[in-house]
Design a binder for this molecule. Structure first.
Ligand SMILES: O=C([O-])[C@@H](O)[C@@H](O)[C@H](O)[C@@H](O)C(=O)[O-]
Ligand SMILES: [Mg+2]
Length: 424
């Protein structure tokens, strides 16, 4: 089997005005959709970052993968490494919350983008679901968590009609957001994206969620926007309300000190983002749970390697998410189904994406009882809807955004806003 066509299509889809530690989401999120076709007619799919530097590498790789054997992943990795080395990708300002788009992750994120598509082709050629190439499913459905955000009712620049979720700034509005999300998707645990408003208010929202949803595991994620002192003070207020405390304070040392002082289980997708940071984190006992993400950990197989390392060192594993569509969700689902020690429901931004903006046939994937279900369809089990792909590619071409920048977007609401870390 030989690869005869590789196509990388950048897309943009509507994203609500969600608040975070850096600022606020722009009106459109960027992704890339990857197609890898073989001489015997198989088509594999992938989804990755659509920010300019990541996209430039992916587009450079398109022609270099022609003629390659989709089973030869070592060859793929070597070609990706050589291409990245020759291109020296620029760092992305303002993209700290999209860790996969850091220049230092260029090899692992470009490799991952194509590895998923190569594995999809491999599995389709054997008429097997992709998970079977990862050692087989240890579960037939993967649990995800309700992912709540503080948000404004509409974007500053109003490029389209406001989303249906409305404003969420108060305790009552956050509880209402959780209720709607849980009713629609059946989630069994709740994560609150924090680091955006006053920490005491964010903790009060956790208390309100605890009261409204007794027994639901709760997490708060300030994305490193709280100082060590603030994180310790908030830990005191939170008591044992949390399942885990996600990235409250910056740095491996800061997280280690926080764990020493509070004993709370700490999770991260910010201080452990590659195997070198993993090693240093183990030495310092910085975190107890690692949130994997195949997009920047180097694909599905390396995510399994990470999970194995977590098992070896007694750490918990779950998964991180940025704004994404169904191909990424299905890739996450296949790998999560093949990780025996997946200890917690994974994150997903998927409910925040609009129902008319999916690139796969059949529209948005269902989340039932909080889970994405695997099927026995070959590969990822997905087909592209080319009309939708064209529509979202047109949107990419006209939206004017080429690199995520939540700081710049917040300056449209608050001109004095600056990137400061930690802010509280
Ligand atoms: O999209 C956001 O605002 C999130 O803050 C995202 O960028 C983070 O990477 C992520 O969701 C997280 O768990 O830190
Ligand atoms: Mg996080």
């Amino acid at each position: 089997m030989k690869i005869t066509r590789v196509t990388v299509t950048p897309i943009a889809f509507r994203d609500p005005p969600l608040l975070n530690a850096s600022g606020i989401h722009e009106p459109f999120a960027l992704r890339s959709i990857i197609e890898v076709e073989t001489d015997n007619g198989y088509l594999g799919l992938g989804e990755s970052y659509g920010d300019a530097p990541a996209l430039a590498i992916q587009q450079q790789l398109q022609s270099q993968l022609i003629g390659m054997d989709p089973f030869n992943l070592n060859h793929l990795r070597a070609v990706v490494k050589a291409t990245v080395a020759a291109n020296k990708p620029a760092s992305i300002a303002g993209a700290e919350l999209a860790p996969g788009s850091h220049a230092s992750k260029a090899v692992s994120n470009a490799y991952s983008a194509f590895e998923v598509a190569f594995l999809d082709v491999q599995a389709r050629s054997m008429n097997l679901p992709l998970v079977d190439l990862l050692g087989g499913a240890v579960r037939d459905r993967v649990p995800f968590s309700a992912y709540l955000f503080f948000k404004y009712a509409q974007h500053a620049d109003s490029p389209y009609a406001p989303d249906s979720w409305g404003e969420a700034l108060s305790e009552e509005q956050i509880v209402a957001q959780a209720r709607r999300m849980i009713e629609a998707y059946g989630f069994k645990s709740i994560k609150l994206k924090a680091g955006a408003l006053d920490p005491e208010h964010e903790v009060a929202c956790i208390k309100a969620l605890k009261k409204a949803f007794p027994g639901y595991p709760l997490r708060i994620d300030p994305n490193g926007n709280w100082s060590l002192e603030t994180s310790i003070r908030m830990a005191g207020l939170l008591g044992d309300d949390l399942q885990y405390y996600e990235d409250p304070t910056p740095g491996l040392e800061g997280m280690a000190e926080l764990h020493k002082r509070t004993g709370l289980p700490l999770a991260t997708n910010m201080v452990v983002t590659d195997f070198d940071e993993f090693r240093r984190s183990v030495a310092l006992n910085s975190v107890q749970i690692v949130l994997a993400d195949h997009h920047y950990w180097g694909g599905l197989r390396d995510t399994q390697a990470l999970a194995k390392m977590c098992d070896t060192f007694g750490l918990g594993v779950s998964m991180h998410s940025n704004s994404h569509l169904g191909i990424s969700l299905m890739a996450m689902t296949h790998v999560a189904a093949a990780v025996p020690n997946l200890d917690f429901a994974c994150d997903t931004h998927y409910p925040w994406q609009e129902p008319d903006e999916e690139v796969i046939k059949g529209g948005k994937l269902p989340i039932i009882d909080g889970c994405v279900h695997l099927t026995r369809e070959p590969g990822l089990g997905l087909e592209l809807d080319y009309d939708q792909l064209g529509k979202l590619n047109d949107q990419f071409l006209t939206c004017g955004i080429r690199q995520r920048d939540d700081v710049r977007q917040m300056q449209k609401y608050k001109p004095e806003w600056r990137a400061v870390k930690p802010r509280y």
